[in-house]
Design a protein around this ligand. Structure first.
Ligand SMILES: Cc1ncc(COP(=O)(O)O)c(C=O)c1O
Length: 466
């Protein structure tokens, strides 16, 4: 799609895209969301099942989302929104894609799950391995967190080493040893690049767990060479997100991932590429295909399951076969591993993503949104950058020209202004999380009209910022 032109970006009233939305603009209220959230707080901690969904993020409490179709969701009051959060990236095909609905409807009547060998898991795995460059074999789990936990266990068994390196600001799920330095903090608490502050992200984890974790700044080759000189010989693995997706959307510097690959190889550590966010999003083979980097192990989740819970670890047989039954095996159990409905959905999802032009369209729609937002901020003289490309991006209100790492994010991003901006958008029929550490998601269901609606709403939302 061609980038939004100036003419199309002239300030104008919000365009109404459907009758429902027209009604909403006149009558939008959140009474039922508020009522249900009140009930929720009596029986659920913070009224939700994850702290990233509740009143800590959404001023006045979250919307209770009741229904979705394509790029749209409806809350319990009947308000319609265009969804750019897409279940934190899980919904690569949008909501209730007809193929996914048909697949699940047909499969569920035959029985949901058997916890046994099935043809469904073979069909999912065959497609997976044909798309992901480093996947000789794959093992399915249920979440991204399970996948990264398993990858680390495999790396430790394979190398006979215990320590591993993770980067500041990278999130790899909620398994104990990964919960160091994944949250943002005020600049004065960060420590130095040479000696980053080691701040646990959760209470309830014995500090001794972190004795085996080396923490380093990301996107900085000098710092990486330095830390590997000291610790390389004792590392089982270096784990990295290829694009830093939990501080918004921070791209790797030119050549950084390739250098990381060389350096981990040189010190005998495995490179674990955590593609839970990026997998099946940027290219059929994820970022490893997009950037041409071959990891030893890679982890997947989110988009792979098109809305169904899944995690996956992929790599060479020589490493994954350590899970083969024996006295010294790497243990990976799980009642729901290879869940039959999920496997059916994965096969259908990967077929859809293998269609000619699937990724070209994802990139084109996303790039148009990015270009249009940049133009709005420029015209409105708001200090903001829009980072990322194609199917995933983030907006940072900042005086800087770009946000290149965790420290930039902690020091220079006005996350409160971003939250206000997103709350303004929520009032204008755009659904997104006000948390700056996440990112905007384009699914195959998003259209050029959705982008136009976003840009009109964003333009209007900016007016309310000053
Ligand atoms: C890069 C990355 N790895 C792992 C995970 C954990 O995935 P899940 O939430 O499915 O456990 C996430 C979740 O956001 C993630 O962003």
């Amino acid at each position: 799609m061609r980038p939004a032109t100036r003419a199309r970006l002239k300030p104008r009233p919000i365009k109404i895209y459907s009758e429902t939305m027209a009604q909403i603009m006149q009558t939008q209220n959140r009474n039922r969301s508020r009522e249900w959230f009140g009930r929720a707080q009596k029986v659920l901690v913070e009224g939700v099942n994850s702290p990233s969904r509740g009143a800590a993020v959404y001023a006045g409490g979250p919307l209770l989302v009741e229904r979705g179709s394509g790029s749209r969701v409806w809350d319990i009051d009947g308000n319609e929104y265009i969804d750019f959060m897409m279940s934190f990236g899980a919904l690569i095909q949008g909501h209730a894609h007809p193929v996914v609905v048909k697949t699940v409807s047909e499969a569920v009547v035959e029985g949901s799950h058997f916890a046994a060998a099935t043809s469904a898991e073979v069909e999912a795995a065959e497609r997976f391995c044909s798309m992901v460059p480093s996947a000789e074999v794959v093992r399915f789990a249920n979440t991204g967190s399970e996948a990264t936990m398993l990858a680390l266990r495999l790396a430790r068994a394979h190398t006979g080493r215990n320590k591993f390196l993770k980067f500041e600001g990278h999130y790899h799920g909620w398994y104990d040893p990964f919960l160091l330095g994944a949250h943002s903090h005020p600049a004065e608490r960060l420590g130095t690049v040479e000696n980053p502050a080691r701040i646990p992200d959760s209470d309830g984890i014995p500090l001794s767990i972190f004795d085996d974790v080396v923490l380093a700044p990301w996107n900085n080759v000098d710092a990486l060479e330095d830390v590997l000189r000291k610790h390389g010989h004792e590392l089982a693995a270096v784990i990295t997100e290829p694009i830093m997706a939990n501080m918004g959307c921070i791209l790797p510097r030119e050549g950084y991932l390739k250098r990381l690959r060389e350096l981990t190889h040189a010190c005998g550590a495995l490179l674990i590429l955590d593609e839970v966010v990026t997998g099946f999003r940027y290219a059929p083979g994820g970022c490893q295909e997009y950037y041409g980097v071959q990891p030893d192990l890679s982890t997947f989740g989110k988009a792979l399951g098109a809305g169904f819970p899944v995690g996956a670890v992929a790599g060479p047989r020589s490493i994954l076969e350590r899970m083969r039954w024996s006295e010294k095996m790497v243990l990976h159990y799980g009642t729901f591993n290879g869940h039959r409905l999920t496997m059916k959905v994965i096969a259908a999802n990967l077929d859809l993503l293998s269609a000619k032009d699937a990724y070209r369209k994802l990139h084109a729609v996303g790039d148009a949104a990015i270009a249009g937002l940049r133009e709005i901020f420029r015209r409105r003289k708001l200090k903001a950058v829009v980072q990322g490309f194609g199917p995933m991006f983030q907006i940072y209100f900042t005086e800087r020209d770009g946000i290149h790492d965790y420290r930039d994010y902690c020091k220079f991003v006005d996350t409160k202004l971003y939250s206000r901006f997103v709350h303004n958008l929520l009032e204008r029929g755009i659904y997104m999380t006000p948390s700056n550490g996440l990112h905007w998601i384009i699914s195959t269901a998003h259209t050029n009209a959705d982008v136009e609606a976003l840009l009109a709403a964003a333009d209007d939302a900016c007016a309310g910022l000053s």
